[in-house]
Design a protein around this ligand. Sequence first.
Ligand SMILES: Cc1cc2nc3c(=O)[nH]c(=O)nc-3n(C[C@H](O)[C@H](O)[C@H](O)COP(=O)(O)OP(=O)(O)OC[C@H]3O[C@@H](n4cnc5c(N)ncnc54)[C@H](O)[C@@H]3O)c2cc1C
Length: 320
Amino acid sequence: MAEILVYVDHVAGAVHKPTLELLTLARRLGDPVAVALGNGAEGTAAVLAEHGAVKVLIADAPEFAEYLVVPKVDALQAAYEAVGPTAVLVPSSAEGKEIAARLAARIGSGIITDASDLENGADGPVATQSAFAASYTTKSRVSKGTPVITVKPNSAPVEAAPAAGTVEALAVTFSAQATGTKVTARAPRESTGRPELTEAAIVVSGGRGVGGADNFSIIETLADALGAAVGASRAAVDAGWYPHTNQVGQTGKSVSPQLYIASGISGAIQHRAGMQTSKTIVAINKDADAPIFDLVDYGVVGDLFEVVPQLTEAVKAHQG
Ligand SMILES: Cc1cc2nc3c(=O)[nH]c(=O)nc-3n(C[C@H](O)[C@H](O)[C@H](O)COP(=O)(O)OP(=O)(O)OC[C@H]3O[C@@H](n4cnc5c(N)ncnc54)[C@H](O)[C@@H]3O)c2cc1C
C-alpha cells in the first residue's frame, strides 16, 4: 500500500493533537509513516502506533533545537528519499508551513496549505480549503510531484487504530544551510492553563461589545467552564483589552474548532476569515441585525452581560 509521510509535532515526546488528526487523514490515503525529530522523539512511538503509524522514523541531534527549521527540513527530506511516499502531511502551524514549503521547493513538488479536509481522489489526495476570507470552499489537488499538504488543526477526529509503529532510526546529513540561523534564547510563554487557541476544540471569543479589559473575565469564566481557549476580535485587541496572540481573523489567528462562541462581535469579514470554518458557531449579540447572525448555527439576541453568565452557570450545572 502507498506510504504517507506524516511530520510529527511534539514537545519532549508529548505528541500534539493535530498530529494525531493527521494520522486519521493519512490512513484514508495509505499507510502512515511518522517522522519524529529532536529531544524525546523515541517517546512518541507508542502513541503514534496507537493511532495508525505503521512505522516511526526518529532522529535526534542538537541541531534540531539549536537552529531554526532547516535541520528539520533536511531530516524530512531524508525521510522522503528513504520512504518514497505518495504524499507528505504536515501540521499547519507557522513552523509546519515553513518546513513543508521548503521541502516542496527542494523536491520540486506542489504544495497545498491550510487544508481542512483530505480525501483519496483518483489522481491523488484532494484537499478542501477555504479561500477569499472563507467566502469560498475549494477542492484542489497537487498536479506536480509528490503532494505536500499542511492541514489545519481540528480537521479530523482523533481515532485509535493500532498499527505496528516499528521504530527505525533515520540517518540525516545536515546541509550547509542547516546551521545558518541559530536560536540564541528561549523564554517559555506564561501558561494560562487554557488550550492553545489554534488547536482548541472550543473557542470562546469576545469583541468590542465586552466593553473593557476587566469584563473579559466573563468570557474567560465561560471558556474555563467549557475547557476552551479565549479569542478576541481585533477591536478588542486594538483597545488593549486582550493580547494580540489571541486575535482571531485575517490579521490574527485562524481557528477551526468544533464550537466557536462569539460574544459582542459584529461579524466583520476580516473576523469571519479566521473562524468561518468552525464546525458549530454560536453568537451572542444585542443587535438582531449584526452580520454575525448570517453564519451562525445558533444565535442569541441579547445582552452578553446577562446571557454569558447564565450560559456559564448552565454549563457548570450540566457538568454536575
Ligand atoms: C486589513 C484589516 C484586517 C483586519 N483584521 C481583523 C482580524 O484579524 N480580526 C478581527 O476581528 N477584525 C479584523 N479587522 C477589523 C474588522 O474590520 C472589524 O473592525 C472588527 O472585527 C470589529 O470587531 P468587533 O466585532 O469586536 O467590534 P464591532 O464591529 O464594533 O462590533 C461589536 C458588536 O458588539 C455588539 N454588542 C455591543 N454591546 C453588546 C452587549 N452588551 N451584548 C451583546 N452584544 C453587544 C454590537 O451590537 C456589535 O455587533 C480588520 C480590518 C482590516 C481593515
